[in-house]
Design a protein around this ligand. Structure first.
Ligand code: DC
Length: 226
């Protein structure tokens, strides 16, 4: 089996994957891929077009016409429009699991992701990177945190932005997304023994980054020697 020069980081919503994965990529001098952003972009485009997840024919057309690209600086463009902020809005977050569960959507996204990984030097984060898209990655990590801690982190982020927070509603949203992401038929979020498991509930962000970097460095070194 060829080991790709790829580091995968999977885990549930709000485990802090994006921030730490981005830093790990910077330190390794690898490219970074936020695959959740890709599923969010499809969801954003479908909602803009007024398409529900059940409208498979129209969605197939939308996917066919979809021009999705990451620009320098990490900005995400969809059909010529900068959607970097729009994909983080609450209505997109609330709907994304439904669109991400569709086999046609997953097929297109995972194919694009594999193309990006084939040339190596990639850190990617999502739900199925190590289990489905890159089972042959040199390093596979599962980054976890308890639902309570994830909701507390998210509540702090929102309060820091000056938003009102209903903590119980936030916790329930996180649990609902965990359930939807773990129970879908195609490429669900799951842990496998081959992944390095890191529970960040009681760790600072810097500790998580240091931990992941150590795991990645060791795994990449081992893969290079094998
Ligand atoms: O990580 P995030 O919250 O931005 O992800 C948005 C949604 O996309 C999430 O509900 C699960 C889905 N997703 C997925 O199904 N597979 C991935 N590889 C990444 C994200």
């Amino acid at each position: 089996m060829t080991l790709l020069e790829v580091v995968t980081i999977d885990g549930p919503a709000g485990a802090g994957k994006s921030t730490v994965a981005r830093r790990v990529a910077e330190k390794l001098n690898f490219r970074f891929l936020d695959t959740g952003a890709m599923y969010r972009a499809v969801t954003w485009a479908a909602l803009e077009g007024g398409l529900e997840a059940s409208e498979s024919k129209n969605l197939d057309q939308l996917l066919c016409d979809l021009d999705l690209s990451f620009e320098a600086g990490g900005r995400l463009m969809v059909n010529g429009q900068d959607v970097t902020s729009a994909i983080r809005e609450r209505h997109v977050t609330a709907q994304v699991s439904a669109y991400a569960a569709l086999p046609s959507v997953r097929k297109l996204m995972s194919r694009a992701q594999r193309t990006m990984g084939e040339v190596g030097a990639l850190v990617c984060e999502g739900r199925d990177m190590g289990t489905f898209v890159f089972p042959d990655a040199a390093v596979r990590i599962y980054l976890d945190a308890s639902a309570q801690v994830r909701a507390e982190r998210r509540a702090k982020e929102l309060r820091d932005k000056g938003e009102d927070v209903d903590f119980d509603a936030l916790l329930n949203e996180i649990k609902a997304r965990d359930a939807a992401d773990s129970s879908r038929a195609v490429a669900p979020l799951k842990r496998v023994p081959e992944q390095h498991y890191v529970d960040s509930s009681d760790m600072s962000r810097d500790d998580v980054i240091a931990n992941l970097l150590a795991i990645a460095a060791k795994g990449l070194d081992g893969a290079a020697r094998s």
